[in-house]
Design a protein around this ligand. Structure first.
Ligand SMILES: Cc1cc2nc3c(=O)[nH]c(=O)nc-3n(C[C@H](O)[C@H](O)[C@H](O)COP(=O)(O)OP(=O)(O)OC[C@H]3O[C@@H](n4cnc5c(N)ncnc54)[C@H](O)[C@@H]3O)c2cc1C
Length: 436
C-alpha cells in the first residue's frame, strides 16, 4: 500500500489525509502542536472552546460547508448578523453599509460617491486580470481619491500588511470585495457571517476523528525535523526517530516547509519560495466582565494606536455561551522581524492597555478576567503584483514530495474554506501521481 506522510495537522493537512485515506492510501499526519487545527485551533474561555485567532466564514465558503455536511456537523453552522465599525478622527463610526457610509464625515460627498461606485464596480467585475499587475494603493488613489486611500484603505492595508501596505496587488482587494458582496443581503444592509456552535474546533475534531476512524494516524506533538530522500521514497525524522514513506505532503506555511526540506532543492526554487513573504499575527485575547464597544469588527484607522483591529467576538456570538464573559481579540499583524512580535505577553498588554479607554472611556483594567496571547509567525501571504507567477505548484522539484500552503491560495484570500479546497486538490495530485 502507498504510504503518505503529511506534515501539518491544520485544515489543509487533515483534509488531504481524509481524501487520501478514502482513496486507499495509508496516511500519517505529523502535527507539532498537541492539538490539531493549526491557525483554527481553540482554547477554553468561560468553559467554552473559542478560537486562538478570531474566525468566521462567508456564505461563499462552499467547500467548508460541504465538508461540514459530510462530517455531520453542518447543523452547528449558524449565520449571524455582524456589526462593523471603524475608529477614525478620534471616534467610532458604523461602517460597511450604504447608510453608514452616508454618515461617515471623514469623507466628503464626492469621495463617498466614488467610494460607493467603485466598490460596486469591483464587486460586479468578474475579470481579475485587470487588477493583477497594479497595486491597490495606485488603483484606489486613482479611482477613489487620495482622501479615501489615506482615511480608510491605507489603515486597513497597514492592519494586514504592515510596512508592505503600499505594495499589495489590487487583485487581493478585488477578491475580498467580490466574495464579500455575496455574503450581503439583497438590500446590502446586512452581512451574515458564519460561526459554529461550539467553535470551529467542532469541524476540526470531526475531521480528525474521521481520519482516525478510517485508519489514518494522527501524531500530535510530533514536529517533523527533517525530510530526506531514500532509494524508494522518503525518510521523515521526528522525535529522534526516522520513518519511511513513499510520498510526502508538506501542509504548512512556506517558512516551515523550508525549515524541514530546503536542503532538497536547488537555488532557483529556493529563490522563488523566498520571494513570497507573509505577515505574522499577534493576537491578544481578553476575557472581560463587560462589553467594550458595540462592534464585532472594528478597524482602527489611527497610526497613534499600536494595534490595527478590535474583534469583539461576543458582539457576534452571545456572551451567554461563555458564562457571560466578553471575548475581545486585539489584533496586530506585522512583519515577523518586528520586535513587538517577540515581546513577552505582559509587555504587549502594557503597551495596549492605555489605548482601550479611547474606545470606551469607562474601560478599566479591572474588567479583565483572563488574558491569552497567541502568535502566528506566518499568518497572511503578502500578495504583490505578479504574485500568480511566483506561486509554487503542489508538485515540487522532488518527485513524490508535495506542497500545500496558504501561500498558494489565489486569487482569493487565504481562509478555512481554501485550506479545505487546496487540501483536496493536493490529495488528488498525489493520487494521480501514484496511478502513473
Ligand atoms: C488572525 C487570523 C484570523 C483569521 N481569520 C480567518 C477567518 O475569519 N476566516 C477564515 O476562513 N480564515 C481565517 N484565517 C485563516 C485561516 O486560519 C487559515 O487560512 C487556515 O487555517 C490555514 O490552514 P492550513 O492548514 O493551510 O495552515 P495552518 O493552519 O497554518 O496549519 C499548518 C500546521 O502545520 C503545523 N506545522 C508546521 N511545521 C510543522 C512541522 N515541522 N512538523 C509538524 N507540524 C508542523 C503547524 O503547527 C500547523 O498546525 C485567519 C488567520 C489568522 C492568522
Amino acid at each position: 500500500m502507498n504510504k503518505v506522510a503529511i506534515v501539518g495537522g491544520g485544515l489543509a493537512g487533515l483534509t488531504a489525509a481524509l481524501r487520501l485515506r478514502q482513496n486507499g492510501f495509508e496516511v500519517e499526519i505529523f502535527e507539532r502542536y498537541p492539538e490539531p487545527g493549526g491557525l483554527a485551533r481553540v482554547f477554553e474561555a468561560g468553559g467554552e472552546p473559542v478560537e486562538a485567532f478570531y474566525h468566521h466564514i462567508f456564505s461563499s465558503d462552499a467547500s467548508y460547508v460541504a465538508l461540514a455536511r459530510e462530517l455531520n456537523v453542518e447543523q452547528h453552522i449558524e449565520w449571524l448578523s455582524s456589526r462593523m465599525g471603524i475608529w477614525a478622527d478620534n471616534r467610532l463610526w458604523d461602517f460597511g453599509t450604504p447608510a453608514s457610509l452616508l454618515r461617515f464625515t471623514p469623507l466628503g460627498i464626492v469621495d463617498k460617491l466614488r467610494f460607493a461606485l467603485t466598490t460596486l464596480q469591483l464587486q460586479l467585475s468578474a475579470d481579475r486580470t485587470q487588477f493583477e499587475e497594479i497595486t491597490a494603493s495606485e488603483w484606489l488613489r486613482k479611482h477613489q481619491g487620495e482622501r479615501a486611500w489615506k482615511t480608510v484603505w491605507q489603515p486597513l492595508f497597514r492592519q494586514k500588511f504592515a510596512e508592505k501596505s503600499d505594495d499589495i496587488s489590487m487583485v487581493w482587494l478585488w477578491g475580498k470585495l467580490r466574495l464579500r458582496g455575496r455574503s450581503r443581503s439583497k438590500s446590502g444592509a446586512g452581512e451574515k457571517l458564519g460561526y459554529m456552535r461550539g467553535s470551529f474546533g467542532v469541524l476540526v475534531e470531526a475531521l480528525a476523528e474521521r481520519v482516525i476512524q478510517l485508519g489514518g494516524k494522527l501524531r500530535l506533538g510530533e514536529p517533523v525535523r527533517r525530510i530526506d530522500r531514500n532509494d524508494q521514497g522518503f525518510n521523515i525524522t521526528h522525535r529522534g526517530k526516522t520513518t519511511e514513506f513513499d510520498q510526502v505532503i508538506v501542509a504548512t506555511p512556506i517558512a516551515d516547509y523550508l525549515r524541514v526540506a530546503s536542503h532538497l532543492f536547488l537555488d532557483d526554487y529556493l529563490i522563488r519560495l523566498g520571494s513570497i513573504e507573509a505577515t505574522a499575527a499577534l493576537c491578544t485575547v481578553l476575557e472581560l466582565d463587560r462589553q467594550l464597544t458595540p462592534y464585532y469588527w472594528l478597524n482602527v484607522a489611527d497610526d497613534s494606536i499600536p494595534f490595527g483591529g478590535l474583534i469583539e467576538h461576543t458582539n457576534f456570538v452571545s456572551p451567554e455561551r461563555y458564562g457571560g464573559r466578553r471575548i475581545l481579540y486585539i489584533s496586530n499583524y506585522m512583519m515577523p522581524t518586528n520586535d513587538l512580535f517577540w515581546l513577552p505577553a505582559a509587555k504587549v498588554l502594557d503597551l495596549y492597555l492605555p489605548f482601550l479607554s479611547r474606545f470606551n472611556p469607562d474601560f478599566d483594567p479591572s474588567w479583565i478576567i483572563a488574558q491569552h496571547h497567541f502568535r502566528a509567525e506566518t499568518a497572511q501571504p503578502v500578495v504583490t503584483p505578479g504574485y500568480s507567477r511566483r506561486i509554487p505548484r503542489f508538485e515540487t522539484p522532488v518527485p513524490g514530495l508535495f506542497l500545500c500552503s496558504m501561500a498558494q491560495v489565489y486569487p482569493w484570500d487565504r481562509g478555512l474554506n481554501y485550506a479545505i479546497e487546496y487540501g483536496e486538490r493536493v490529495a488528488s495530485k498525489v493520487a494521480t501521481s501514484s496511478a502513473n
